[in-house]
Design a binder for this molecule. Structure first.
Ligand code: C2O
Ligand code: CU
Length: 494
């Protein structure tokens, strides 16, 4: 019963039934949900996760359908799928050095898992069904436990049927705070995401052949933190750290804080020598930490805008509130250095990775899948449009998994030459590692670290890693329809 092939409608029904079957587990008990809400309110102190002795942060994540209003009335609330009572949630904040124990409770009608995007963790905690763990079936629980080695702005999401589940909101935020971060007056999270909703508040098709075979299926309702053009309060004249996330499945954004001097201080959570926020496009899954000074007087505003489209698009407004904080110079200080191991570029072999369309769009014949134990497990889409090194995920055939795209020797350094042979953008993501982004044949690259890099049409981009983390690590485009239709593989480090 590969329900990946089921029609969306019956799938949704299944999901609802599954959600009801699982007893609602209170999340409020940990106090995290409340702090998560607080995190979005400016001026409130940075929320702390509850910590047990031994510096363990514990949270239960109940994945299930929850109704939430995205569109104003008369539209109805929409059937989101979330890990907490409210989107966006939860926002887990922990300090570097603390250990996270997160229990996934599957309240869905399908199997799932949690992938911790951007975290250099042990392979077994990476959350890829069948590759790193058995899928967590409806009603089951799965415990993830790891100590994030890096500070930064991360997030987490499922790694199967992602086009629908992420489309409906299934993602959470994981923030690992630097022990010695520059002090700010507010530390905010801004999740940019579009929703595929019709006028009534119902979800439309997340996947279309037309979209999947081109730039992706765009959703029409732009939001920040699940709200259409929200007003986010910030302390007047305060120094604001805003963690900007693109968690959309498809859209590339290029953000500005109009009316303020805003500086990028981190990319995908990795410190960057501060530079003005002025032309750093973010593909799906990419994050930027920015720093800006809020307007002086209560009531004054600055605007978060997406300038990637022909027409700049306002996304949110930051409004100054409260008494004006004392005058002082706006000094942009960088974040403390990160701890990504330095690749040895001199001795690094170059591995070509070609991102292309498949020669011919392949349709899987459902009949050939029936009875295969992995038909569902590999997160099959019905179609394949894309490939990496001419290999589409899944490869089909009779093996349980396709072979790795590359096998790397543990401890050695490698350069990947990412070649985009298509006329579309591809945000290329690696699990378990952080790329050092080196150079491009198409543009000047600011040296930086990132777990997801935006590959431009026809570009060749060089990135490097030191292969110190053993395991099978996914390597894929983060435009979810591309990922779901073949542009995915894995590298093996042994
Ligand atoms: Cu955020 Cu494999 O992805
Ligand atoms: Cu892509």
């Amino acid at each position: 019963m590969p329900h990946r092939l089921a029609a969306p409608l019956s799938r949704r029904t299944l999901l609802r039934a599954g959600g009801a079957a699982v007893a609602a587990t209170a999340l409020g008990g940990t106090g995290l949900a409340a702090s998560a809400a607080g995190a979005l309110k400016a001026g409130s102190p940075a929320p702390k996760a509850t910590t047990a002795p031994g510096d363990l942060v514990e949270i239960e994540l109940v994945a299930k359908e929850r109704m939430q209003r995205i569109l104003p009335e008369p539209a109805a609330p929409s059937p989101l799928v979330t890990y907490a009572d409210h989107f966006p949630g939860p926002i887990i904040r922990m300090r570097k050095g603390q250990r996270l124990r997160a229990t996934l409770v599957n309240g869905l009608g399908e199997h799932t898992s949690i992938h911790w995007h951007g975290i250099r963790l042990t392979n077994a905690e990476d959350g890829v069904p069948y590759l790193t763990q058995p899928p967590t079936k409806p009603g089951e629980r799965h415990v993830y436990e790891f100590t994030p080695p890096d500070a930064g702005s991360f997030f987490f999401h499922p790694h199967c049927n992602t086009v629908e589940l992420l489309g409906r909101g299934l993602a959470g935020v994981l923030i690992v705070e630097e022990p010695d971060a520059p002090k700010v007056d507010a530390d905010l999270v801004c999740l940019v995401k579009d929703w595929q909703l019709d006028k009534t508040g119902a979800f439309g098709a997340f996947f279309t052949d037309r979209g999947a075979s081109r730039a992706g299926t765009f959703a029409g309702v732009s939001t920040v933190n699940g709200q259409i053009e929200p007003v986010i309060e910030v302390p007047a004249n305060g120094d604001i750290r805003a963690r900007l996330y693109n968690i959309d499945s498809t859209r590339v954004v290029d953000l500005r804080v109009e009316g303020a001097d805003a500086w990028i201080i981190a990319v995908d959570g990795n410190p960057l020598p501060p530079r003005p926020l002025d032309g750093w496009p973010m593909g799906p899954a990419m994050r930027l930490d920015v720093l800006f000074r809020a307007p002086k007087q209560a009531g004054q505003t600055v605007r978060l805008t997406n300038v990637y489209a022909a027409e700049p698009r306002p996304l949110a407004t930051f409004r100054a509130v409260g008494p004006t904080l004392p005058n002082r110079r706006f000094k942009v200080r960088g974040l403390p250095a990160g701890s990504i191991p330095e690749p040895d570029l001199k001795n690094a072999p170059v591995i070509p990775m070609a991102f292309s369309a498949t020669a011919v769009a392949q349709s899987f014949d459902a009949a050939t899948l029936v009875g295969l134990p992995y038909a569902d497990s590999l997160c099959l889409s019905q179609k394949t449009f894309w490939a990496i090194n001419q290999q589409s995920w899944p490869e089909g055939g009779h093996e349980r998994l396709p072979p790795p795209l590359a096998t790397l020797e543990k401890g050695r350094s490698y350069i990947f030459e990412l070649a985009n042979l298509t006329p579309h953008l591809h945000p290329v993501h690696i699990h378990g590692y952080t790329f050092k982004v080196l150079s491009s044949d198409a543009r000047k690259v600011v040296p930086h670290h990132a777990d997801t890099v935006l590959l431009e049409p026809k570009e060749r981009l060089r990135v490097a890693i030191k292969a110190d983390n053993p395991g099978d690590w996914m390597f894929h485009c983060h435009i979810i329809e591309h990922q779901d239709t073949g542009m995915m593989g894995y590298i093996r480090v042994a």
